[in-house]
Design a protein around this ligand. Sequence first.
Ligand SMILES: C[S@@+](CC[C@H](N)C(=O)[O-])C[C@H]1O[C@@H](n2cnc3c(N)ncnc32)[C@H](O)[C@@H]1O
Length: 294
Amino acid sequence: MVMVWTPQLTQDGSYTFFSEVFGETFHSVQGAKAEAFQKFVAATGLADKARLSSLRLLDVCYGLGYNTAAALETILSINSDCQVELYGLEQDPTVPLGALVPELLVHWSPQVQVILSQLAQAHTCQQKGLTAQLWMGDARQRIQQLGQIGFQADAIFFDPFSPQRCPQLWTVEFVQATAQCLAPSGKLATYSRSAAVRTALSAAGLCVGTLRPPAEPLPLPHQWAQGTVAAWQPDGLMPLSSMEQEHLHTRAAVPFRDPTLNDEAAVILARQRREQEQCGLESTSAWRRRWHIH
Ligand SMILES: C[S@@+](CC[C@H](N)C(=O)[O-])C[C@H]1O[C@@H](n2cnc3c(N)ncnc32)[C@H](O)[C@@H]1O
């Protein structure tokens, strides 16, 4: 099996991988484990939801399994009786397998280590309180199958590589198919604050909120958000600032499209560029100048 990634240490002491194919790390270099807890688990309000008797989770782009692991650690620490049903979507089976080395596993409890191992090796894990499946293949096809079986997630972790590197997983069509798997009171969280991504989430009928950076140290203008949270209802979402709302009226807000859920990245990028040229919206650089974003 060809592995096209290499391990890389991040600033919180946890490892991520660097993908040779996408030219990007799998997590923020400021902290892979911290990112899983802050931008996905906390952003979807999982600590509160864990008090329920059952929870359904969808991990889009499972990768090393950190978002799943952080979610399970959180749920187990609050309510070990909670029945969890989890689906992970991932294209490259070498990635979850690559995460099964002591330096990476040491960050998780023994119970979660067993779950990560079973998911990576057998792509399924059935044990008391947990039914989990890792569906391999292109998430664009897998998400449609998940919709067909009627899966409704209380929390969706939406974690593809960045929109410019992996536009096929940020399109209006893929986001729409993912939204069909979001329960009426569920929340979807992503690290992306891109205007094109927020437009795609709105086009799917979701309300869009921001994920503010920590107040300390005082964030600089370009650090206006560390992600996006979406839900069917606006309650519990942090409203977008005026600056973020204006961002949605610039060229950067023209979303990616992939009508057949099959196009190559280059085709999707070229389609967006053409639409941007014809959209008549304000240039994003003018918006940046107005808000002193460098
Ligand atoms: C940013 S990483 C996800 C990191 C992951 N959530 C974690 O905690 O380790 C993106 C992941 O998407 C996977 N991927 C890329 N294209 C995909 C596709 N079309 N379908 C499913 N997975 C894909 C990559 O193999 C990679 O594991």
